[in-house]
Design a protein. Structure first.
Length: 165
């Protein structure tokens, strides 16, 4: 039986072999055209950080954490030395992780549709943390968001709302 490592090695080796044959058989004029047409552009780019950049950074960090947890659970599921109980626990944890991620997205969409605000929602145990991208720091708006999110939950949750400009 072929394992993943061997399969990756054969795949990458084949790719390198094909590219090297292509490079060797390429005519000199084509190679000069490819190498000659590459120019370096030294123009400065004006990078502007907008309100949603902070939310994107939070999402990326959360996604990396979730992917690491998913990889851990998947490695347990694929490990033949693990017991069936450990595999069952890993499967249940993986499913609850997917459910939690879906619930977070649902809450973000609800905030977007009702309040027209970009948001980031993170659920951890019985705590929901919400980051709103807004210059306006309104306690009435925060209370309305808390009530709306609490209605979506089955049990009483500790909900925090943070405004970030």
């Amino acid at each position: 039986m072929i394992n993943k490592q061997s399969l990756w090695f054969v795949t990458l080796f084949s790719l390198i072999l094909i590219l090297s044959i292509y490079y060797i058989t390429m005519s000199d004029s084509n190679l000069q055209n490819i190498l000659g047409n590459s120019t370096v552009n030294n123009e400065y780019v004006n990078a502007e950080v907008n309100e949603s950049s902070a939310l994107v950074a939070l999402r990326v960090a959360e996604d990396e954490e979730v992917l690491k947890q998913m990889e851990d659970y998947q490695s347990i599921l694929l490990d033949s030395s693990k017991t069936s109980q450990e595999k069952s626990d890993a499967y249940n944890s993986l499913m609850s992780l997917n459910t939690k991620k879906g619930k977070e997205q649902e809450m973000e969409e609800k905030i977007k549709s009702e309040f027209q605000l970009d948001s980031f929602v993170k659920i951890k145990d019985d705590t929901i943390s919400i980051v709103i991208s807004s210059n306006e720091h309104n306690s009435n708006l925060a209370n309305n968001i808390i009530r709306t999110i609490q209605k979506m939950c089955d049990k009483k949750m500790y909900i925090t709302v943070k405004f970030q400009a």
